[in-house]
Design a protein around this ligand. Structure first.
Ligand SMILES: NC(=O)c1ccc[n+]([C@@H]2O[C@H](COP(=O)([O-])OP(=O)(O)OC[C@H]3O[C@@H](n4cnc5c(N)ncnc54)[C@H](OP(=O)(O)O)[C@@H]3O)[C@@H](O)[C@H]2O)c1
Length: 296
């Protein structure tokens, strides 16, 4: 059977990579705004009914963590209401749904890495809307996988990595917080892991996802502080000669007030994903080196 895959959001960091990794797995229809408007749940319902996919991969999201504090209705519509429609329509069609969520569902106070069964307690509107999306999918049930990930970056859209490269060219001294800890995750890791999981279902990916359905933590391996991440970015920059930066100093989150509060330690344990689907995940510094060398 040829699997009809509907990819929503093919220009985002993860969506762009998925557009490539899903290509050979079936008949791929990749759409983005304005054909897909996740702010309009009825538009989403119609789209799924017209397309009749076997598998929906949702790479759309309202991801502006600070702006979400003042746009909570829009963030909720995109991250939760329309996501619940996707889950409902997938269930109705007998299709599978793959969705992504965030470490920001946690408050970061656990002290060790988070497991899937740890209680979420988001500190921000963004985290609360993503949690509502996850819970709607779980409540509706069916053949779904939700991959909770963290600190996603790519070099083709603004991300922490591109910002650090820019700051390193503009300033002699950088001050970066060392009290926020998580796992930097290359968008490509997520897209490749997603494709690998679908491919494991061979000619019945929907049945396979039904069997394996649930919530999984999925990030690049290892964790670090934003300060350590920034040092690695500057170290691995293939065009160091353009840098103006001479020193990188550690700072604390409360020195840089933002509208949204972020968890301090939201590293996640990916053991459940590894045990179920994969022998291992790539180390965050290795993927960072690959991502940075590829971009130049
Ligand atoms: N980025 C992170 O650090 C991070 C961390 C943890 C989890 N995640 C999760 O990982 C997933 C992928 O994130 P990402 O980093 O790839 O995000 P991204 O680069 O911001 O991509 C999100 C995509 O959604 C689109 N979108 C926004 N509003 C839309 C709407 N109303 N209708 C249709 N499309 C809309 C965006 O389009 P525009 O570009 O036109 O806005 C963009 O293409 C998301 O579920 C996110 O919550 C991300």
């Amino acid at each position: 059977m040829t699997v009809k895959i509907l990819l929503l959001g093919n220009t985002g960091q993860v969506g762009w990579e998925l557009n490539r990794t899903l290509l050979t797995l079936g008949e791929l229809k990749a759409l983005d705004y304005p054909q897909v408007n996740m702010a309009n749940a009825e538009n989403i319902r119609l789209l799924v009914r017209e397309t009749q996919p076997n598998l929906i991969v949702n790479a759309t999201a309202y991801t502006n963590v600070d702006k979400a504090e003042s746009e909570s209705e829009l963030a909720m519509a995109i991250n939760a209401t329309s996501v619940s429609i996707l889950a409902e329509e997938a269930r109705r069609l007998g299709a599978a749904l793959i969705h992504y969520s965030t470490d920001y569902v946690f408050d970061g106070r656990k002290g060790t890495s988070y497991n899937e069964d740890d209680a979420p307690s988001p500190l921000s509107v963004y985290g609360a809307t993503k949690l509502a999306g996850e819970q709607a999918i779980k409540d509706i049930g069916g053949a779904y996988l939700t991959f909770r990930t963290s600190w996603v970056y790519s070099l083709r859209r603004p991300s922490f990595v591109t910002k650090v490269l820019e700051w390193a060219r503009q300033h002699k001294t950088l001050r970066i917080v060392d009290d926020q800890i998580s796992s930097p995750t290359w968008a490509r890791t997520l897209a490749e892991a997603t494709a690998q999981v679908i491919a494991q279902g061979r000619d019945d990916p929907v049945g396979y996802l039904q069997e394996k359905h649930g919530l999984y933590h999925l990030t690049d391996r290892g964790s670090c502080s934003r300060y350590e991440w920034a040092r690695a970015i500057i170290e691995l920059d293939p065009q160091k000669e353009e840098q103006a930066v001479k020193e990188i100093l550690p700072a604390k989150s409360d020195e840089f007030p933002t509208s949204a509060q972020r968890p301090l330690n939201s590293a996640m344990n990916c053991g459940h994903f590894i045990k179920t689907f994969s022998p291992s995940l790539p180390a965050w510094k290795q993927t960072l080196a690959l991502a940075m060398n590829e971009s130049r």
